[in-house]
Design a protein around this ligand. Structure first.
Ligand code: ACO
Length: 323
């Protein structure tokens, strides 16, 4: 069987680091509140004029270097973002030209914080169905552009960044011992729109809008939906939680990460956590965590990874990947 196998990964974080304490000057909040409720200690914010595509392009070059490939080796780019440079064209096409791809295709997918799971699922389907040999999957966001800076319940939670993973077709024997994407699971439920959305857009207000969230309600849905999707993805691959070397969760909130791992019966010593340094970077959070963990040697070739994410939509999902 054809598998989509990881060839390399990379990431980019904007230079500017904002510690929790910086918010104390303008908001009725504290470093202690943010740490205790979310696990976040700091986040990166893009510079003025630094676009989502700028972050994505830097992550893309880092992934190419890590994989020992060039842009000419890439057939397709699937880029997950909720903060594109422009309404159209896709941010992915900006990356396509920047890395020197002259053929193939590039497009964006929109599933907010679950975006990387959706993008990886799409890339896997394209590879398995023979429509590409090598695909770059990117998550890239500048959530600092859609914050209401007077809303302490949201603006302290998010950060900017990008991560990229290169997948290439390889033959496997069809067992869970194969390297590559082993299973995926996607879900959404539009009846929960009001829990997490941006209050603008081209066909509604004609403005970009800012993020609105009922944090407590999102939290209420997150743990059981993530655990259920994770279990479905494992089952589809013929695996169980005991087989998981690392959960690589969407990095929104340490309490959600802990409770989901606990519900699945996976100890925190088998969970990759970067939320303290990145905040919630939406679709970028999983590839950022993957890239950081791979670079440090935390994740090693052959490890079984379970990725899971939930965000606006609500949209959520999970995927298993043998690194
Ligand atoms: N500093 C100080 N106090 C604050 C802050 C802040 N930054 N933010 C909120 N508070 C206050 C609230 O006003 C409230 O005060 P009140 O009791 O007087 O009304 C109190 O703290 C408790 O607020 P809650 O919202 O109940 O706090 P909670 O413990 O639920 O934490 C949080 C809030 C961190 C938002 C949490 O609910 C959460 O992480 N939710 C999930 C977020 C998430 O995962 N989103 C999904 C992905 S994002 C995406 O898709 C784009």
């Amino acid at each position: 069987v054809t598998r989509a196998v990881t060839m390399g990964c990379g990431h980019y974080l904007p230079v500017r680091v904002v510690e929790n304490a910086e918010f104390e000057a303008t908001l009725d909040t504290s470093d202690q509140w943010i740490r205790e409720r979310t696990g976040i200690e700091r986040r990166h914010f893009a510079a003025e004029g630094e676009l989502t595509s700028d972050l994505a392009i830097k992550a893309a070059f880092a992934a190419l270097e890590n994989a020992g490939l060039t842009g000419a080796d890439i057939d397709g780019i699937v880029l997950a973002t909720a903060t594109p440079d422009e309404t159209f064209p896709s941010t992915a096409t900006k990356v396509q030209t920047a890395i020197g791809m002259t053929g193939g295709y590039a497009f964006d997918v929109q599933a907010v914080c679950a975006g990387f799971i959706y993008a990886m699922t799409t890339a896997n389907a394209l590879i398995v169905s023979g429509q590409a040999k090598t695909i770059m999957v990117i998550g890239a966001e500048t959530f600092s552009r859609i914050m209401d800076w007077s809303d302490r319940a949201t603006c302290v939670l998010f950060g900017d960044g990008a991560g990229a993973v290169i997948l290439r077709a390889a033959e496997g024997d069809g067992t869970a011992a194969d390297r590559g994407v082993l299973s995926t699971d996607l879900n959404s439920d539009g009846q929960f729109h009001d829990l997490l959305y941006v209050d603008g857009g081209p066909s509604s207000t004609g403005t970009a809008g800012v993020l609105r969230m009922e944090g407590r309600e999102v939290f209420r849905h997150a743990v059981h939906k993530l655990a259920a999707s994770g279990e479905t993805a494992l089952e589809r691959a013929g695996l169980s939680a005991a087989d998981v070397d690392w959960i690589v969760p969407h990095q929104a909130n340490l309490r959600i990460i802990r409770k989901t791992a606990e519900k699945m019966g996976v100890g925190m010593d088998r969970v990759v956590v970067t939320v303290q340094d990145h905040g919630n970077t939406s679709a970028a959070s999983i590839p950022l965590a993957l890239s950081v963990a791979a670079a440090s040697g935390q994740i090693a070739r052959g490890d079984l990874l379970l990725m899971e994410a939930i965000g606006g939509g609500l949209a959520w999902g999970a995927a298993t990947l043998r690194w």
